[in-house]
Design a protein around this ligand. Structure first.
Ligand SMILES: NC(=O)c1ccc[n+]([C@@H]2O[C@H](COP(=O)([O-])OP(=O)(O)OC[C@H]3O[C@@H](n4cnc5c(N)ncnc54)[C@H](OP(=O)(O)O)[C@@H]3O)[C@@H](O)[C@H]2O)c1
Length: 240
């Protein structure tokens, strides 16, 4: 049987690279995607091809629909299917709203919301035909509540939007055998907070997120669709 194919956006570094490596360990053929970090992406590909020799590298700015279409044309030409799409790209900002430029504002909204919309639309027709597929959107802790957060308004606006997109897409696609869920981590290992800032005395690890992702794509989670799972150890943004 052909190996399952996973696409992880923004997988040259950070959480995306960790997910990619974990999926290769699980037997997936993976598509490593990058925008600027070619060297890092090549290193990730070098590691994943040890487990999954068919894995490939793709590049492009996924805020742009034409770039997304080109990327997925390449992927479908090579594999003719995508079993799992992880919409991992989603830029962050920490700045007063009044100091945020229009380019920064657009980047946050487009890298989080447009990228997810474009990449999901690119895989859904093939998933519908096969009556199978998983899409995992990466959110952030607190995404399910409409609360103003200090200096990160565009980011939370965008992640809140993704939360609605996740639920609406799952509602539309569940009948087609497609699962669409969201994982919302607290501040990850690379971030600016100290361990003591978190109720459990540590930030979320990539491994914490990966365990939930593996569960969501397993048969055990068959009836979980349109869900948002926080991987936050009890952390609530704004409460210290
Ligand atoms: N880090 C955290 O503490 C944290 C907490 C909660 C949620 N999250 C969410 O978790 C996800 C991953 O976070 P992360 O910190 O690991 O990611 P990251 O390092 O900030 O970004 C991952 C990659 O996204 C790519 N990227 C950015 N804009 C792009 C674009 N327009 N087109 C294509 N690729 C683009 C970059 O690729 P290149 O380097 O190749 O340019 C970058 O390496 C994000 O959705 C984030 O919002 C993160």
């Amino acid at each position: 049987m052909a190996k399952k194919v996973a696409v992880v956006t923004g997988s040259a570094k950070g959480l995306g690279s960790a997910i990619t490596l974990a999926l290769a360990q699980e037997g997936f053929t993976v598509v490593v995607h990058y925008l600027k970090s070619r060297q890092d992406a090549e290193l990730v590909l070098g590691q994943v091809t040890k487990k999954s020799p068919e894995s490939i590298l793709v590049s492009g700015d996924i805020r742009d629909e034409r770039a997304v279409d080109k990327i997925f044309a390449e992927i479908f030409k090579k594999f003719s299917k995508v079993d799992l799409l992880v919409n991992n790209v989603g830029n962050f900002i920490y700045k007063r709203f009044s100091k945020t430029t229009i380019d920064e504002f657009k980047d946050i909204v487009e890298s989080n919301v447009y990228s997810t919309f474009f990449c999901s639309r690119a895989v859904l027709p093939a998933m519908r035909k096969r009556k199978f597929g998983h899409i995992i959107n990466i959110g952030t802790v607190g995404v399910d509540s409409l609360t103003v957060r200090e200096k990160s308004t565009p980011y939370f606006m965008a992640k809140n939007a993704l939360y609605f997109v996740t639920k609406a897409m799952a509602w539309e696609e569940a009948k087609n055998g497609i699962h669409i869920n969201m994982i919302s981590p607290a501040s990850l290992e690379t971030d600016i907070f100290k361990a003591g800032d978190f109720p459990m005395g540590r930030s979320a690890s990539y491994g914490d997120v990966i365990k939930v992702l593996k569960f969501l794509i397993s048969e055990k989670a068959n009836y979980i669709n349109g869900a948002n799972i926080e991987v936050a150890g009890g952390f609530i943004p704004g409460l210290v």
